[in-house]
Design a protein around this ligand. Structure first.
Ligand SMILES: [Cu+2]
Length: 428
C-alpha cells in the first residue's frame, strides 16, 4: 500500500532585530530606532501557502515586541500581550492563508511603549503575494512600496512628546517616504502600482496625484473586487492602499497629501492649506497604452440576518490625568471586555462622540464596513482599520472564522492606544 505523505509547506524565515542606529535623514544625522539597521525596516515578502517565521530580537534598552499588523493568524501566535525584554528574542509564526494576498506591516505592540518606539522609527512593510498578483496587467506593473512616516529630529535624536502631543497625536515635522523626505522615484510608463502603508503614529494622509485618478485595487490586507477610481484617498494610521496609476507617456507626477482636518471642531493639526508634496515620480520612456484589470477577486456579501450579536464600542476620554477609553474603561491586560463565539457573524457599531477622528483597528479578524452614520459604503472591502470620523458611528460586520483566543481592538492613533484606548475580545 502506498503511503502518501502530505507535501510539506514551503517555509520562509526572517530575522528582525530592533536596534538603535545613527542614520542620516533629510541631511540631519540622528540616532533613531531601526529593524536590522534599516529605516523603515526591511520588506518581508512571502507567498500564499508559505509558513512564515519571524524571529524578533530585542536589542533595545527597553521592552518591546512585534505585531504583524493585519495578518490572519491565531491570536496565540499574534501574542501582542507578550513582552520581549532587552536582550531576549521571540518567534512569530503564521501561514500566509490562501486569499490573503495584500499589504501588511509590522511594528511594536508593547503597551505604553508603542507610540515612542514607532515614532522613533520601528516599522516595516510585509507583502503577501497570491494568484491575482500573477495576472496581467498587474503582473507587469512597476511596483513601488511607499512607507509613510513622520518624525521630528532634535539635537541628533528624536524629539520627545510634549504633553499636548498625547492628546492630539504627535505629527512629526519631517514627512518621509521610505525614510526619505520628498524622494524622486523613477518608473517607466505603463501601469505604476503604489503600495502605500501609513506607518505614522497619528498623521492622516489624504492622498492625491494632480491630473491622475487613483485606481484603487486593494485596501489593507485584501484586493477589492475591481478597481475603484478615486480623486483622493484618506489613509489613516495603520491603513494600507494598493493603487494603480495609468501613465501613458513621459511625465512628472506629484504625490500630495491634501488638507484633512481630523479635529473638525478645533484648529487644524494637519497639512498646510495647499497640500504637501510626499514624493515625485519621473515617468520615463515611450508612450504606451495600457488596460486596467476589470475583475480582481470575489468579496462575499455577508448575510447580516445571520448575525448573532450586535455590540457597541464607544470612544471616550478623561482629563487629569489624560486617558482615552473604550466603553468608559482604559485598557487592562487582565480584563476581558467582550466575548464572541467562533463561527459566528457579529455587527459592531463603533461610536465616536468626540470632536476628533479615531481609526479603529481589530486584530486577527478582517471585517467589512457596512455604513458610516447610516450611509452604506459604495464598495465591499475587507479591512482591519477603519476611520471613525468625529461625531460619527461606523457599523462593521465581523465573521469570527477559524481562530479562538484573546484579540485586541484599539485606536490606531498610537498615543491614544498607549493612554488606554484599547480592549480585549475573547473569541471562544
Ligand atoms: Cu484615537
Amino acid at each position: 500500500m502506498n503511503n502518501i505523505q502530505p507535501q510539506a509547506k514551503p517555509i520562509r524565515h526572517f530575522d528582525l532585530t530592533a536596534q538603535q542606529k545613527n542614520i542620516s535623514i533629510a541631511g540631519q544625522d540622528a540616532t533613531i530606532l531601526t529593524y536590522n539597521g534599516s529605516f523603515p525596516g526591511p520588506l518581508l515578502e512571502v507567498k500564499e501557502g508559505e509558513v512564515v517565521t519571524v524571529d524578533f530580537i530585542n536589542q533595545l534598552s527597553e521592552p518591546s515586541n512585534l505585531h504583524l499588523h493585519g495578518i490572519f493568524m491565531s491570536p496565540e501566535d499574534d501574542k501582542p500581550h507578550r513582552i520581549v525584554q532587552p536582550g531576549e528574542s521571540l518567534s512569530y509564526t503564521f501561514e500566509a492563508q490562501p486569499g490573503s494576498a495584500g499589504m501588511y506591516w509590522y511594528h511594536p505592540h508593547a503597551h505604553g511603549k508603542v507610540t515612542r518606539q514607532l515614532f522613533e522609527g520601528l516599522s516595516g512593510p510585509i507583502i503577501v503575494r497570491g494568484a491575482v498578483d500573477e495576472l496581467e496587467p498587474i503582473a507587469s506593473a512597476t511596483e513601488k512600496v511607499l512607507v509613510l512616516h513622520d518624525i521630528t529630529l532634535q539635537n541628533g535624536t528624536v524629539a520627545p512628546h510634549a504633553g499636548m502631543d498625547w492628546g492630539k497625536g504627535k505629527e512629526g515635522e519631517l514627512v518621509l517616504v521610505n525614510g526619505v523626505h520628498q524622494p524622486e522615484i523613477s518608473a517607466p510608463s505603463g501601469l505604476l502600482r503604489l503600495r502605500v502603508v501609513n506607518a505614522s503614529t497619528a498623521r492622516y494622509y489624504n492622498l492625491n496625484i494632480p491630473g491622475k485618478r487613483l485606481q484603487v485595487i486593494g485596501m489593507d490586507g485584501s484586493f477589492l473586487e475591481a478597481p475603484v477610481a478615486m480623486e483622493t484617498l484618506l489613509l489613516t494610521p495603520g491603513e494600507r492602499a494598493d493603487i494603480l496609476l495609468e501613465t501613458t507617456q513621459a511625465q512628472e507626477l506629484q504625490l500630495l497629501n491634501l488638507p484633512y482636518t481630523r479635529t473638525p471642531a478645533g484648529p487644524s493639526i494637519d497639512t498646510p492649506a495647499a497640500g504637501m508634496v510626499l514624493a515625485k515620480f519621473n515617468i520615463t520612456s515611450e508612450p504606451k497604452t495600457i488596460a486596467l484589470p476589470t475583475k480582481l477577486i470575489e468579496i462575499p456579501e455577508l448575510d447580516l440576518t445571520s448575525a448573532t450579536d450586535h455590540k457597541t464600542i464607544i470612544f471616550g476620554a478623561t482629563m487629569q490625568p489624560l486617558q482615552f477609553t473604550i466603553n468608559g474603561k482604559t485598557f487592562d491586560h487582565h480584563r476581558t471586555d467582550l466575548t464572541a463565539k467562533a463561527g459566528t457573524l457579529e455587527i459592531w457599531d463603533i461610536v465616536n462622540p468626540m470632536a476628533m477622528d479615531h481609526p479603529f483597528h481589530l486584530h486577527t479578524f478582517p471585517f467589512q464596513v457596512l455604513s458610516i452614520n447610516g450611509e452604506s459604503t459604495p464598495y465591499r472591502a475587507w479591512k482591519d482599520v477603519v476611520n471613525v470620523p468625529a461625531n460619527c458611528t461606523v457599523r462593521i460586520a465581523i465573521p469570527f472564522t477559524k481562530y479562538t483566543g484573546s484579540v485586541m481592538y484599539h485606536c490606531h492613533i498610537l498615543e491614544h492606544e498607549d493612554l488606554g484606548m484599547m480592549g480585549n475580545l475573547e473569541v471562544v
